[in-house]
Design a protein around this ligand. Structure first.
Ligand SMILES: [Zn+2]
Length: 414
């Protein structure tokens, strides 16, 4: 085992993770104090820092496992045993290696997931009983096993059929799968975890006409407006739109409907409509395809180099013995893609925020909604710049509130 590789990688992770805990500047704190109470600011920071510790512990555990599997003698022995056991049948070898990895990570990361549930419970953010939590874990494992095995079998299948052009077909396949998944997620996966009820059949049915009026104003056709029983699991509140074609729908968490007044819900819903008006799903898929193409080209280069040097006794790039190297590269690729993808996401969110303000002409309710969301979700309203840069899919609460403030100044000049 090349111990220095492991130490170097963990050192880099440690360095990056430490930037996540940096304190906010005095100016940011002062700005935040204009909109938030001091205790809420402090609680948001503490809540997020505890969550980050768990997250980084999980990342270190996963990276260590991958590095051990790829670079240690123990790892190569395991891969060699599986090769003998599979008797040269590539599919058996692939499935056995993938299954082993799945089992190992599931067990390894279990303490982190248990810790996460305890963390949520300690802050009063979940009332989900452990029995139901374990059911979610088991279900999640099945969904994860299916949704990760299909692309891996596809990848190795294509590598064997088209040894020269597999990178191109695989990248297209990845984006095709993303489209299928985006289509199936709301109708197949999400209902496994929550119950979705049409808004008009819930206790909030009075809000239907107001919401329909807003949708009509945006000139958009929406399939269903559904309410998810998210409160069953946690008090986090959210709204999202999902799917496309007949599966397209707006989902409101019941926690959202409980926490916000009509005008606030309008601004949140108008934000979701903004995503729609800007075709963010389509743009996301196109950008994802581009990323997959770059990723596959890198993968091809590394795999053929590794096969030449006989890493893990690989005979060719298409040899399933290299699976753990592929998984290590995917892990690294996801880290490279994370800040880029999140920068794009924050850009999309800003566009949706603008639509929300233009549709509702109600910056006060927009700001109130942000403040309620931050308080309900114990959001960190003063995240470190690094934290936003790396992890934030949305602009920080404070930035969104200030954006509404400047919109007010420009658009609503007397
Ligand atoms: Zn959004």
């Amino acid at each position: 085992m090349r111990v220095r590789w492991l130490l170097l990688a963990i050192g880099v992770l440690g360095l990056v993770s430490s930037t996540q805990f940096l304190p906010p500047s005095a100016q940011t704190l002062e700005e935040a104090a204009r909109y938030f109470e001091t205790t809420d600011i402090e609680n948001g920071r503490r809540y997020e820092h505890q969550r980050l510790w768990l997250y980084w512990a999980g990342q270190v555990a996963q990276l260590t496992l991958l590095l051990v599997l790829v670079f240690s003698r123990w790892g190569s022995t395991l891969v060699a045993r599986v090769r003998r056991f599979s008797g040269g049948r590539w599919l058996v070898q692939l499935l056995a290696l993938a299954g082993l990895y799945l089992a190992l990570t599931w067990v390894l990361l279990l303490p982190v997931r248990v810790g996460r549930h305890m963390h949520l419970a300690a802050w009063g953010m979940t009332s989900q009983p452990w029995a139901s939590w374990w059911r979610d874990q088991a279900l999640g494992l099945v969904v994860y096993a299916v949704s990760s095995t299909i692309p891996l079998v596809g990848l190795y299948g294509v590598m064997r059929v088209a040894p020269r052009t597999w990178w191109l077909w695989s990248a297209l396949g990845v984006s095709g799968l993303a489209v299928v998944y985006a289509y199936l997620f709301p109708i197949v996966v999400a209902p496994l975890f929550n119950t979705f009820t049409p808004l008009r059949e819930t206790a909030w049915k009075d809000r239907e006409s107001r919401i329909q009026a807003l949708i009509a104003k945006a000139k958009i056709e929406v399939g269903d407006i559904l309410v998810a029983d998210a409160s069953r699991r946690s008090s986090h509140s959210n709204a999202y739109f999902a799917g496309f074609g007949p599966s397209r729908r707006i989902v409101l968490y019941d926690t959202l409907l409980m926490a916000h007044d009509d005008a606030e819900i309008d601004t949140i819903l108008a934000h979701e409509l903004g995503h729609w008006l800007h075709d963010h799903i389509v743009k996301g898929v196109l950008l994802g395809t581009l990323a997959a193409l770059v990723g596959m080209l890198v993968l091809r280069r590394v795999l053929s180099g590794a096969a030449r040097r006989g890493v893990l006794d690989m005979t060719s790039a298409a040899d399933p013995a290299g699976l753990y190297l592929v998984l290590l590269l995917i892990w690294a690729g996801e880290w490279v893609a994370l800040p880029i993808g999140n920068a794009v996401s924050r850009h999309f969110e800003r566009q949706a925020d603008r639509v929300s303000l233009e549709l509702t002409q109600d910056p006060e309710s927009f700001q109130r909604a942000e403040r309620t969301l931050a308080k309900k979700n114990i959001g960190n309203v003063v995240p470190s710049t690094w934290n936003t840069w790396l992890f934030a899919t949305h602009p920080p609460y404070l930035e969104r509130i200030q954006m509404a403030e400047s919109w007010k100044r420009v658009e609503q000049r007397p």
